[in-house]
Ligand binder design. Structure first.
Ligand code: G4P
Length: 287
């Protein structure tokens, strides 16, 4: 099944992002460290016009540390890009963000006034959490409206950084069905958008292929089934999700697997590696 977020808003979003870009010195782009590419919106890169971007791979506490390191090295090798991984609990690093932003701006521009920045990212990557942490106060959670908000923009100055009080809400670019499933499995796309049990089947397949030991440890299994749906049955039985007649309640088993993946109970999981994407990009280039 296909996920199609905010169709028809592309033109409007393009215009709004371009407008915002003309007002700010740099973009703070929040990505999900578990899926840095699938949680990206390419319009940021297309429309930044030489403006620097600080990519924050957020929720690093949930991601596979080694894979995160590879993504960071990749982004940090790009022109005008600086990338760091963090999670909301790392107060020390969060407090350094204004300083990091200032370092990214040409000296001439920053001498005269605070550096203007806006946080951008897809829903649920942690934009509000980060904004509150930087500004050291609790702002109201903004609704997940498509594209950059039209509200009157206000900037709050903190340590020489003028940060827009409203984050820019983008939508993910779903380049292929796997990106959609990754977004769903991570919780970026909520359960209404895509069928729960399909996501769980994807998640089960993914875990069997990449994190088999995590499954064994969590569900106390010595042998793992080969088929994804069989794994859901095994989990359902282990957790007593049975319907009358002893049939496994697949829906409940699906919920358990997805919730435990999202919460980090199954360990630190990354949904995509740099190498996979480089191969995919190379294949697309040759096609
Ligand atoms: P948004 O503004 O980009 O939409 O995201 P928001 O800050 O609301 O964060 C979405 C959820 O992600 C929140 O969970 C938040 O606590 C969690 N979150 C944010 N940053 C981090 C992080 O670095 N690590 C982890 N583990 N979680 C983080 P929530 O309030 O429970 O919301 P939900 O579960 O209903 O989505």
């Amino acid at each position: 099944s296909q996920i199609n977020w905010f169709p028809g808003h592309m033109h409007k979003a393009r215009k709004e992002i371009a407008e915002v870009m003309s007002e700010i010195d740099l973009v703070i782009e929040v990505l999900d460290a578990r899926l840095p590419r699938s949680s990206e919106n390419p319009l940021v890169n297309q429309l930044r016009k030489g403006k620097p971007v600080l990519k924050i791979l957020n929720k690093q506490d949930l991601a596979d540390p080694q894979i995160t390191e590879e993504w960071l090295a990749h982004f940090n090798s790009q022109e005008g890009v600086r990338a760091i991984a963090l999670d909301a609990s790392q107060q020390k690093l969060v407090k350094r963000l204004p300083e990091i932003c200032k370092q990214m701006i040409p000296t001439r521009a920053k001498a005269e006034r605070p550096v203007r920045a806006m946080i951008m990212g897809i829903p649920n990557v942690g934009k509000s959490t980060l904004l509150n942490a930087i500004l050291g106060r609790k702002l109201a959670k903004v609704g997940n409206e498509p594209a950059v908000t039209r509200q009157q923009k206000r900037y709050t100055v903190q340590g020489g950084l003028a940060l827009s009080d409203t984050p820019g809400i983008l939508w993910p670019k779903i380049e292929d069905p796997d990106s959609g499933y990754r977004l769903a499995a991570s919780g970026a796309i909520k359960d209404t958008a895509i069928e729960h049990e399909l996501v769980a089947t994807f998640a089960a397949r993914f875990m069997l292929d990449h994190y088999a030991d995590n499954l064994r440890a969590r569900y106390r299994l010595t042998d793992l089934p080969e088929i994804a749906d069989d794994l859901l049955d095994v989990i359902g039985r282990k957790r007593g999700c049975l319907r009358p007649g002893g049939v496994v309640d697949r829906h409940k088993a699906s919920e358990i697997l997805i919730n435990e993946m999202r919460a980090g109970t199954l360990g630190r999981i990354s949904f995509e590696t740099l190498t996979e994407w480089q191969q995919k990009d190379e294949a697309a280039r040759l096609a």
